[in-house]
Write a protein that binds this ligand. Structure first.
Ligand SMILES: C[S@@+](CC[C@H](N)C(=O)[O-])C[C@H]1O[C@@H](n2cnc3c(N)ncnc32)[C@H](O)[C@@H]1O
Length: 640
C-alpha cells in the first residue's frame, strides 16, 4: 500500500481526525503534530511502516520527525480536499507559512503556565493567591495535586445520618454512591481522577463570573488569575468526562469572550457544541435605573463542549405554549380537525372543529376549542394553497410532495396540509426564554444570595445529555441545584464545594431532597419526586491549610501570636525558616500591621503540606485516624 494510504487509514482510527463525511481533517492532524500530541504520536508508532518513516532512532530512543511528517501531509498531490483551495488563496503568512498553519493564534496571559490552588473556605476571606509555575515548581505541583486523605465521611439516608462503612461499587468496581465533597475543588478533582477518569457523562459548572463591581466571593479575581484558575480545573474536568460526555459552563457577558477561547483551547474548537443564550432575570428592578447608559442585562450564556464526536444529544421537544405568547397567533389558523384520523388517509374527513364539537354534544366556546386544539395537535390542521405547487397533479386524495429544498409537504385534495403538532411541539434550540427565575430562594429549602440557578434549567441540561444512572458532576456546587436535580432525575451525582453555607448548605438541601422535597422540578409530570436515596459526604483532610484559614480569620495580634505558637509546635514550616531568628525579631513582627503579620506567617508555611497526601497516610506526623485510614483505603481501593 502506498504510504499515504497507510497513513490515512491509521489516522482515521481516531474519530476526532475525521469529518462527518469521512474525510481526514488534515488541519487538525497538522496542529496536533505541531504540538507533539501524545495520542497522534502513539497512533503513528502503532504502525510499523509509519514508525519507520516518521521516526529517527538516536541512541535507541525514537525521535518524532515532525517536519517530515508535516511536509508529507502538506504535499499538494496528497491533498485533494479543501486544503488545496485554501493553499491557493491569498492569506497572511510569515516566512511562507500561513498564520493558521503556524498554529500561533492563542490566548496568552500572565501565569498561563501555572497552577493556582485558589483555596478558600470562608466568604469574607480575601487571600494572596499562590501560583506554582509548571516548569519551575514541578515537585510542588505534583505534591499539590496528589490524591488526598479523606476525613469526616458520613452517609446520609432518609432515616438520618450514619457513619460510612464502605463505598458501594458497580460490577466494574466504580463507586455508585452520590458524593458531596467539601474542600478545594482543584484538589478534589485530582483526588477523584483515579476513581472517575472517563466515567462522568455531564459536568455543569456555574463558576465565579469575575465581574469587577461584584461583591460576591472571589468574583473579583484579576483576569489572568481567573483564567489560570479556570484552566487548571477545566483540564482535569476534561479527563473525568467519558468519551460520550459533555461539559456545560454558565457565564455572563463580562468573561464570555475569554472563556470561549480558553474552552476552545482545552476541549478543541471542533468539540464546541453550542453557546446557549438563556434568560436569567426579568426586565425590572435596579438594572432598569440606567437604561440611558446601557441596555439592561437579562440573559446569560451556557457554553457546551463535547468530549469527542461520539457524544450525542437527546433532542427535547417542548410546547410552544411555554415559549411565550406566540401560541394564540398559531391557534387562530388551525380550525379544522381530521375525522377518522387513524384510518387510511383516503378515508379522512376534514371538518371544522366547532362542527365536530357540536356533533359530539360538547361546548364550542373559545376556551373549549383551544383545549381541544391543544389535546389533539396531531389531527388539528390548517389547509393552505402553496403557490409553488400550482401545477402539481396528484393521483388520489393524498400525497407526500418534495419541495426544491428537499422538504416533505403533505398534499390533500389539492391543498397543502399543515399539522398543529409540527408548529406547537418544537425542538429546543439555543435560545431559552421560558425558564422562570423568580422565587428561586424557595427551591430545595435553602437560599443562596447570588447566583442560585433554577432547577428547571438544570433539568433541561441533564435531560439533554444524560440518561438514568449516568454520572453528573458540578464542582462549583453552591446551594446544590445540580446535585438535587440529578438526584430527582435518578442520575448519580458528584458535587464539590469549598464554602460551608451553614443552614443553606448543599448538604441541607440534599437532605431535604431525600426526605421528599416538593419544590423545584419535584411536581413535574415526568419527575413526580417522592424522596428516597442517599448520599455520602466527605472532606479532604487539611493540614497546613488549617493554619492558613486560622491566620486569615484572626482578628488581632493576640490571635496571630497564638496561632504562631501553635504553628511552631505542629505545622510544617518552610525548610529555610530559622525558628531562633524568628524569635529574635518577634518585637519587629508585633510592630507590623495586622495584614503584614498575617502575610508573614502564611509565607513561613510549607505550601506542599496544605492537605494530607495519600502517600502520607501512614506518616505519624499527620496523625491520620484509624477511621480516616479505613475510608481512604476503601475509596482509593488500596490494600490494607
Ligand atoms: C454562582 S455559585 C454556584 C451556584 C449554583 N449553581 C447553585 O445553583 O446554587 C458559584 C460557586 O462557585 C464557588 N466559588 C467561588 N469562588 C471560588 C473559588 N475560588 N474556588 C472554588 N469555588 C469558588 C462559590 O463558592 C459558589 O458556590
Amino acid at each position: 500500500m502506498e504510504l499515504y494510504l497507510t497513513l490515512e487509514k491509521q489516522l482515521k482510527k481516531e474519530p476526532n481526525y475525521v469529518t462527518d463525511n469521512g474525510e481526514l481533517k488534515k488541519w487538525v492532524v497538522i496542529n496536533k503534530a505541531q504540538n507533539y500530541d501524545a495520542e497522534l504520536i502513539g497512533l503513528l508508532l502503532d504502525d510499523k511502516e509509519l514508525k519507520a518513516k516518521f521516526f529517527l532512532e538516536i541512541k535507541s530512543v525514537l525521535v518524532f520527525n515532525q517536519s517530515l511528517f508535516i511536509q508529507f501531509l502538506e504535499q499538494k498531490n496528497y491533498l485533494n480536499d479543501s486544503y488545496t483551495s485554501y493553499k491557493n488563496k491569498v492569506g497572511l503568512n510569515i516566512d511562507g507559512k500561513y498564520l493558521r498553519q503556524r498554529n500561533e493564534v492563542a490566548l496568552v496571559w500572565p501565569f498561563k503556565d501555572c497552577v493556582l490552588e485558589g483555596g478558600q473556605s470562608r466568604e469574607e476571606d480575601k487571600r494572596e493567591e499562590i501560583f506554582f509555575n509548571e516548569t519551575l515548581a514541578q515537585d510542588e505541583i505534583t505534591q499539590l495535586l496528589e490524591p488526598k486523605v479523606l476525613t469526616n465521611t458520613k452517609r446520609y439516608t432518609a432515616k438520618g445520618e450514619k457513619s460510612l462503612d464502605k463505598f458501594n461499587r458497580n460490577k466494574e468496581g466504580i463507586i455508585t454512591d452520590n458524593l458531596i465533597i467539601k474542600g478545594n475543588n482543584l484538589l478534589a478533582l485530582h483526588s477523584l481522577k483515579k476513581e472517575f477518569a472517563g466515567q462522568v457523562k455531564l459536568i455543569y459548572i456555574d463558576p465565579p463570573y469575575n465581574r469587577d463591581a461584584d461583591a460576591f466571593y472571589n468574583d473579583n479575581f484579576k483576569n489572568s488569575t481567573w483564567l489560570t484558575f479556570m484552566k487548571n480545573r477545566l483540564e482535569i474536568a476534561k479527563e473525568l468526562l467519558s468519551d460520550e460526555g459533555f461539559f456545560f459552563i454558565q457565564i455572563d457577558d463580562y468573561q464570555l469572550g475569554y472563556l470561549k477561547i480558553l474552552c476552545d483551547e482545552v476541549f478543541n474548537r471542533e468539540n464546541a457544541v453550542n453557546i446557549i443564550a438563556v434568560k436569567m432575570s426579568e426586565a425590572s428592578g435596579v438594572k432598569m435605573a440606567h437604561v440611558d447608559k446601557k441596555l439592561p442585562k437579562i440573559k446569560e450564556f451556557i457554553l457546551s463542549y463535547r468530549k469527542s464526536n461520539t457524544s450525542r444529544l437527546n433532542p427535547i421537544k417542548i410546547k410552544k405554549e411555554s415559549q411565550g405568547n406566540k401560541l394564540d397567533a398559531y391557534l387562530k389558523y388551525y380550525k379544522k380537525v381530521i375525522e377518522n384520523y387513524n384510518d387510511p388517509a383516503e378515508n379522512w374527513i376534514i371538518t371544522s372543529i366547532t362542527d365536530y364539537l357540536k356533533k359530539q354534544g360538547l361546548e364550542t366556546d373559545d376556551e373549549s376549542v383551544k383545549k381541544f386544539q391543544l389535546e389533539n395537535t396531531e389531527r388539528v390542521v390548517y389547509r393552505t394553497n402553496n403557490k409553488s405547487f400550482e401545477n402539481l397533479t396528484v393521483k388520489g386524495k393524498i400525497a407526500l410532495v418534495k419541495s426544491k429544498q428537499g422538504l416533505d409537504y403533505v398534499w390533500w385534495e389539492g391543498k397543502q396540509m399543515l399539522f398543529l403538532a409540527d408548529y406547537i411541539d418544537e425542538y429546543i434550540c439555543d435560545f431559552w426564554t421560558d425558564i422562570s427565575t423568580i422565587n428561586l430562594n424557595k427551591e430545595g429549602g435553602v437560599d443562596l444570595a447570588n447566583g442560585k440557578k433554577p432547577e428547571k434549567l438544570l433539568k433541561r441540561i441533564i435531560q439533554l445529555v444524560t440518561k438514568e444512572g449516568d454520572i453528573v458532576m458540578d464542582y462549583h456546587l453552591g446551594s446544590g441545584t445540580t446535585a438535587s436535580v440529578a438526584h430527582k432525575m435518578k442520575r448519580q451525582f458528584i458535587g464539590i464545594e469549598q464554602l460551608n453555607y451553614g443552614e443553606n448548605d448543599s448538604v441541607e438541601r440534599l437532605k431535604n431532597v431525600i426526605k421528599g422535597d416538593n419544590s423545584g422540578i419535584s411536581t413535574e409530570e415526568d419527575v413526580q419526586w417522592k424522596g428516597g436515596g442517599e448520599f455520602v459526604y466527605l472532606e479532604l483532610k487539611k493540614y497546613n491549610q488549617t493554619f492558613i484559614e486560622e491566620i486569615e480569620s484572626a482578628k488581632d495580634t493576640k490571635a496571630v501570636l497564638k496561632i504562631w505558637a501553635e504553628m511552631k509546635a505542629k505545622s510544617f514550616l518552610n525548610y529555610n525558616v530559622d525558628l531562633q531568628k524568628q524569635e529574635e525579631h518577634i518585637e519587629e513582627f508585633k510592630a507590623l500591621p495586622l495584614a503584614g503579620q498575617k502575610q508573614h506567617l502564611v509565607e513561613l508555611l510549607d505550601k506542599n503540606q496544605l492537605y494530607v497526601n495519600l502517600s502520607s497516610l501512614n506518616d505519624k506526623d499527620f496523625a491520620v485516624s484509624t477511621e480516616e485510614k479505613k475510608v481512604t483505603q476503601d475509596f482509593y481501593q488500596l490494600k490494607k
